[in-house]
Design a protein around this ligand. Structure first.
Ligand code: FAD
Ligand code: DHB
Length: 389
């Protein structure tokens, strides 16, 4: 079979691209390694930037999001024993962040695509690419049968552990941060109506949520952490200590539903293109999670790529040549923000008392100086997408 664009990976990047291409009349087939049930229940990000939400609304994909998601107009920063509020909306002319689980978004994007009658092939294995110079062919195994999909363009949206990034001969910039996150999903009511980022001298903690009775929290742990060393009691004690039980949050204890470890790394692949293969999302780059940018960056890449492919389909192929550099500019700015915020809020190995005071000073400038606060808020709620959608 043949299609215009083969999209490898049904995460936020691949699915958003598929919807944007459809709107421009470009045909695509999405190939996904896992089952539909698996991708619809995989626990990942939770913060959507304003431009991400605006794009989803414009595509008519935000009905459930608008009914169920939480809008946050501010964010709390806790350091030196006190909690401070940053008025995100006040500092950005009314913009906000939206709390909506990534798997809920993925569910919405899949349902809408299938309702349109457009293909997503789940349980596709052993994806192999060839002909990337001119005439791409995607070979794969599905339900025991070998298949071939011919196309004009391959979009590699299969994440950091996918196969498409392996076809890029360019440079991979990679830095592992000296800390990781233990992610905890618990059946407890959130203790704050906004997210709380805590820079405690023991280490970082983050209080987030997925609904009125579901919290999503993170604590800084060493990269080589053994999850067995973190029984529920230790998790709650650590969260209470770092988030400030009593003077900070009144954290109720409840059943823990899930505990996972996430490494923190900064990765950028340059360029994000090789011949007819274009990478987007986590396949092309990873940002440390602290800034809540990964999913949003995936959507921004999808917007840029759909624009370039739309132009190509309309007879202006030069836009494809601009895709990588256009994305990389935003990618490195987002990388800088994410690494900076991580280092500002985490305990770093080998740090001393002076380092801690300097960090507290930077944090207090953030909540007391309107210019510094506004610069942060602009980046946190998200900068406009690269194309006029
Ligand atoms: P993915 O979501 O990884 O999707 C890739 C898809 O490709 C998957 O469905 C996968 O099954 C499929 N695939 C893989 N290999 C193959 C193959 N060989 N063939 C076919 N299909 C394949 N980002 C934020 O913006 N805000 C946050 O709050 C946030 N918090 C996070 C918290 C944690 C704990 C983690 C781990 C990440 C967080 N992120 C956050 C990052 C965010 O989840 C990712 O950046 C996002 O998933 C990227 O989307 P993607 O579509 O590029 O990749
Ligand atoms: C969440 C994840 C983040 O990385 C972050 O900065 C804020 C919230 C979350 O999963 O809710």
């Amino acid at each position: 079979t043949r299609t215009q664009v083969a999209i490898v990976g049904a995460g936020p990047a691949g699915l958003t691209l598929a919807h944007l291409l459809r709107r421009q009349g470009v045909e695509a087939v999405v190939l996904e390694r896992r089952t539909r049930a698996h991708v619809e229940s995989r626990l990942r990000a939770g913060v959507l930037e304003q431009p991400t939400v605006d794009l989803l609304r414009e595509l008519g994909l935000a009905a459930r999001l608008d009914a169920e998601a939480m809008t946050h107009r501010g964010v709390r920063l806790r350091f030196a024993g006190a909690t401070h509020r940053l008025d995100l909306s006040g500092l950005t002319g009314g913009r906000a962040i939206t709390i909506y689980g990534q798997h809920e978004l993925v569910k919405d994007l899949i349902a809408a695509r299938l309702a349109d009658g457009d293909p997503i092939l789940f349980e596709v294995d052993e994806v192999e690419l060839s002909g990337l110079d001119a005439d791409p062919v995607v070979r794969y195994l599905r339900h025991g049968r070998r298949r071939e999909l011919r196309c004009s363009i391959v979009a590699g949206a299969d994440g950091f552990r996918g196969v498409t990034r392996g076809y890029l001969p360019g440079t991979v910039f990679e830095q592992l941060q000296p800390f990781a996150w233990l992610g905890i999903l618990a059946r407890t009511a959130p203790s704050s109506d906004e997210l709380v980022y805590a820079a405690h001298e023991d280490g970082f903690a983050l209080h987030s949520m997925r609904g009125p009775a579901l919290t999503r929290q993170y604590v800084q742990v060493p990269p080589d952490v053994d999850v067995a060393a973190w029984p529920a009691e230790r998790i709650w004690q650590t969260l209470r200590r770092r988030l400030g039980h009593g003077d900070g949050l009144d954290l109720p204890v409840g059943p823990i539903l899930d505990v996972t470890v996430a490494a923190m790394r900064a990765v950028v692949t340059e360029p994000m293109r090789h011949g007819r293969l274009f990478l987007l999302g986590d396949a092309a780059h990873i940002v440390p999670a602290t800034g809540a940018k990964g999913l949003n960056l995936a959507v921004a890449d999808a917007a840029a790529l759909s624009y370039a492919i739309g132009a190509w389909a309309g007879g202006a192929p030069a836009e494809l040549d601009r895709y990588s550099s256009r994305c990389l500019d935003r990618v490195w700015r987002t990388q800088r923000f994410s690494v900076w915020l991580s280092q500002l809020t985490h305990r770093l190995p080998g740090e001393d008392a002076v380092d801690r005071r300097l960090r507290e000073t930077a944090l207090s400038e953030l909540v007391s100086c309107p210019h510094t606060g506004a610069a942060f808020a602009e980046r946190y709620v998200g900068q406009p997408l690269p194309t006029p959608w």
